[in-house]
Write a protein that binds this ligand. Sequence first.
Ligand SMILES: Cc1ncc(COP(=O)(O)O)c(C=O)c1O
Length: 390
Amino acid sequence: MERPEIIMAPGPTPVPPEVLLAQGSPLVYHRGPGYGDLLREVTESLKKIFRTYNDVVIFASSGTGGLESAVANLFSPGDTVIVPVAGYFGDRFARIAQAFGQDVRRLDYEWGLAIRPEDVKAALAETPGVKGVLVQHSETSTGVVNDIEAIGRVTREASVLLVVDVISSLGAVPYEGDAWGIDVAVGGSQKAFSATPGLSFVSISGAAWEATKKARNPRFYFDWAQYKKSYELASPENPFTPAISLMLGMRAALRRYFEEGPDAVLERHRILSAAVKEGVRALGLDLSGEHLGSGGHRWRRARGQGPSRPRDHPGAGPGADEGPGVSHRPPRQLRPIRYHSVPGRPRAHPGGDGVSREAWIGCGGRGGRLRRDAVRALFRLARKVVTAGP
Ligand SMILES: Cc1ncc(COP(=O)(O)O)c(C=O)c1O
C-alpha cells in the first residue's frame, strides 16, 4: 500500500481507522430494519449537534448538494434572496441561487471581513419582498466565523427565511439551531466530524416546510418531502438507494464525537485554532481575517441552554444536553503538537512586489492522530513563504 497522504485541510480531515473500518464493513439492506436503525441513530445524533428539534434529512452528496437542495425546496423562480458574499463559498451560494433563477441581491464584502448583521438589516429594509437570506457560518476560504446569532435576530424580525451554510463550522464552533432561529442549516460529513466526504445533512424548520409548499423551483432527487415521507415509516428508509457505506462510517464518526463529548470537541477545535495562529505569529507572519482572537464568537455552549422543545414537536429528538450518548466529561488537555493546519500555495500580491508572502492556514476535524512530521512540514512550508525572495 502506498504511504497514506497526510491531509492538512479544513476538509476532508483525517479519517480515524474506526470510521474507515466501519465503512468497509458488510452492507445492511436499505429497505430493512438494519438500515432503519442506522438512519435513526445518525439523524438523531445530528439533531443534537444541530441543536434542534426540527427535521434533519441526509443526502448522498457533498455539501454543495445540500446547499442546492435548500434553494430548490424553498424558492420559486424570480424570488428575491439576499446573499452576503465575503469569500469563495458565499460566491458559490449566490451562484447556486442564480442557477435557479432567483433574483440575487449580493452584499459584497472584501474577503476576510465578517458579515455585519446591520448590513443585512439595511438590505432587508431597502429590498421589498425578500424571501430568504443565504449565508455562511464559517466562510472557509477566509477562516472568518460570522455572527449567525445576530443575523438570525435580524431575519426573524423581518420574517424572512435564514439559510445557513454550516459545512465547515458544524461541530467545530458553537452553533444553536433552534435558539438562534435558523430555518435551514446545511452541514457536510468531511469537516469537523472526520468522516469521509459524500454526505450532506440539512435541518429544516416548520417555517421552511411551509415555504416548500409554495416553492416551484424544480427538484426531484433533492426533494425534501420525499425524504421526510420515507423517514416517517415505522422502519425509516431513504426514498432512493442511500450511500450505505458512508452512513456506516458516519455513525462511527458520530459515536466518537459523543464519546469525546460536544463541549470537549469544541474545546479541541478552539485549542487547535489558537495553536495554529500562535505558531504562525511566532514565525513572524501576520494573520488576515476578522475575529482572529477567540473574542469574535463564543466557543463554548452555555450549560443548560438547550433548545426549548417546541410545542408542536412534543416527541422530537433531544438536544445535545439530553439523551443517551452525551458525555459531560471535561475537555481533555491537548498538547499543542496535536494541531493540524494547511499551508496554502503562495499567491502573488496584485500590485505588490510580485513576491508571495501569503499562506492559507486552517484547522478542523481530529488532528490528534497527525504525526510530528506533518507539523514540521507545515513550518517548513511556512518558512519558505516568509523567506521567498523576488
Ligand atoms: C463553507 C463551505 N461551504 C460549502 C462548501 C462546499 O462543500 P462541498 O465541497 O462538500 O460540496 C465547503 C467546502 O469546503 C465549505 O467549506
